[in-house]
Design a protein around this ligand. Structure first.
Ligand SMILES: NC(=O)C1=CN([C@@H]2O[C@H](COP(=O)(O)OP(=O)(O)OC[C@H]3O[C@@H](n4cnc5c(N)ncnc54)[C@H](OP(=O)(O)O)[C@@H]3O)[C@@H](O)[C@H]2O)C=CC1
Ligand SMILES: CC(C)(CO)C(=O)C(=O)O
Length: 345
């Protein structure tokens, strides 16, 4: 195991948990976060991990980005997707020439990181554990979930194995893959559904369990899988999400079964609502909808694929962000009405 220090950029729900587990295991960790109160709390009182998975407090060095010193070989990026560009600009001076940035994010951020740092200086990861930043120094660990790491070119290098071993400290079942894009696109399919659940005040599980909402959730899964296929990617499944159930020609029954499995998976977490819901209802800030879902609509357009539900979903999330609509069953029904209009035509 390499004992090179790890720099975690973004010490919130995802980064803060990794930092706490690694620091507790004796891995040298430095974290950088723009929330100065959070940085002070992590370094002094420690990060408090709460919830059903495990509870502990761990001091982890954390500073604001302007106070980061030196260069690191291993940087884990864990900011929301829309902060990726800013964060990359801040962290690049601290990335060693032979170093890499591992994206522990939702979306296709690896593409932007590769543009900014060089293709050989990015590593992909897919994370599906559930956590919420609650207050400076306090993070809820709601549930375990899939953790996967892999190079964007599919190769397995010594550094890939090193990161896999590091991730196993946190998640013993962490997977090393040659197909990281397959997992990232799988998460985009599930992610589109999670955005739809955030149109309402209800929990993820209640949304997945509502038969009136299932057809729209299935249609979103199908749209994303069609775009992935056009990109030449065969998405991989995880934690109840079965991409083959949303593939062209797959029977409705398979899709309903996968949605039922997602209702079950999301019913067993202390993180009842998605990060998207939390951004809208609790943090009152913009979501990752443009870099995560908007980007799929752009890729779809480049293949001349129509994605009416994804496009409407982006617009509805913007409506909520800008105060034009509430999170409500009626807002979700707007999404379903696109499907009804399609079926009528
Ligand atoms: N939370 C979860 O359960 C899961 C999240 N993900 C994904 O992981 C990624 C990270 O999400 P999550 O951890 O939930 O987000 P959080 O908002 O909890 O954490 C991100 C942290 O980064 C800080 N930050 C923002 N901009 C910068 C910057 N330029 N430099 C340094 N720090 C910065 C944020 O501060 P501030 O809040 O003040 O902006 C925040 O403290 C997202 O892509 C998300 O979709 C994936 C699976 C599960
Ligand atoms: C729901 C979760 C944790 C995936 O399981 C997620 O990715 C989110 O909150 O956006």
């Amino acid at each position: 195991m390499s004992r090179d220090p790890v720099l975690i950029w973004g010490a919130g729900a995802i980064g803060g948990i990794l930092g706490a587990y690694w620091a507790r295991a004796g891995v040298p960790v430095m974290m950088a976060d723009i929330d100065a109160d959070h940085a002070v709390a992590c370094s002094t009182e420690g990060v408090l991990i709460e919830g059903p998975v495990e509870g502990f407090r761990q001091i982890v060095n954390c500073v604001t980005p302007d106070a980061v010193e030196g260069r690191y070989r291993c940087v884990v990026l864990a900011v929301k997707a829309q902060a990726t560009e800013d964060a990359m600009r801040m962290l690049l001076p601290h990335l060693a020439e032979d170093g890499f940035v591992l994206s522990a994010q939702n979306g296709l951020n690896e593409r932007l990181i590769a543009e900014m740092a060089g293709r050989e200086r990015v590593m992909g990861a897919f994370v599906n554990y559930g956590s919420d930043w609650q207050a400076p120094g306090r993070i809820l660990f709601g549930n375990r979930g899939a953790v996967v790491v892999g190079e964007i070119d599919g190769a397995v290098r010594p550094r890939t194995r090193e990161m896999h071993r590091l991730l196993q400290i946190f998640e013993p079942d962490a997977v090393l893959t040659e197909e990281i894009w397959s997992y990232l696109w799988g998460k985009l399919g599930y992610g589109a559904m999670l955005f739809a659940t955030a149109l309402t005040p209800d929990s993820m599980s209640a949304n997945f369990a509502d038969p009136a909402r299932v057809p729209a959730l299935i249609a979103l899964g199908r749209e994303v899988m069609a775009v992935a296929r056009a990109e030449g990617v065969k998405p991989r499944g995880f934690n109840g999400f079965d991409p083959s159930a949303f593939a062209p020609g797959a029977p409705d029954q398979a899709a309903w079964q996968s949605i039922a499995a997602l209702a079950d998976f999301t019913s067993k977490t202390a993180k009842t609502h998605s990060g998207i819901w939390r951004d809208l209802a609790v943090r009152r800030r913009r979501t990752e909808v443009d870099p995560q879902i908007g980007v799929i609509t752009e890729i779809a357009a480049s293949h001349a694929i129509e994605v009416p539900l994804l496009s409407r979903l982006v617009a509805l999330i913007h409506d909520i962000e800008e105060g034009r609509r509430p999170q409500s069953a009626e807002t979700f029904a707007e999404l379903t009405s696109v499907l009804s209009a399609e079926q009528a035509s």
